[in-house]
Design a binder for this molecule. Structure first.
Ligand code: FES
Length: 109
């Protein structure tokens, strides 16, 4: 297990023990934290938008062109934004910190 901390806009930090090989989307949802993931990981909605710290951003493989394209039209993105459905946690991600954005809008509707 690796420990991940989820930070919400109200300043709350939630530490989660996550199994390597699991998508960040599934980890956050299983913890009962607010993440819609409307498309279930089909990269069609952007409701799994997260913001990583700069150092943590580099701990994942680069986003695909499709992910970058979706992030380009997502509200409130930053240089270190990612889609949680595209991030698979490994043993190398112990100590990861993930910020949930203030607002997400589904691009499906
Ligand atoms: S769950 Fe829809 S883009 Fe990630």
């Amino acid at each position: 297990m690796v420990q991940i901390t989820i930070l919400t806009q109200d300043g709350k930090a939630t530490a989660i023990d996550a199994a390597p090989g699991t998508r960040l989307l599934d980890i956050v949802q299983a913890a009962g934290l607010p993440m819609e993931g409307t498309c279930g990981g089909a990269m069609a909605c952007s409701t799994c938008h997260v913001v990583l710290g700069e150092a943590d951003f580099d701990r994942f493989p680069a986003p695909s062109e499709e992910e970058d394209d979706l992030l380009d039209i997502t509200c409130g993105v930053s240089e270190t934004s990612r889609l949680a459905c595209q991030l698979v946690i490994t043993d190398a991600h112990d100590g990861l910190k993930v910020m949930l954005p203030a607002e997400v809008r589904s691009l499906l509707f």
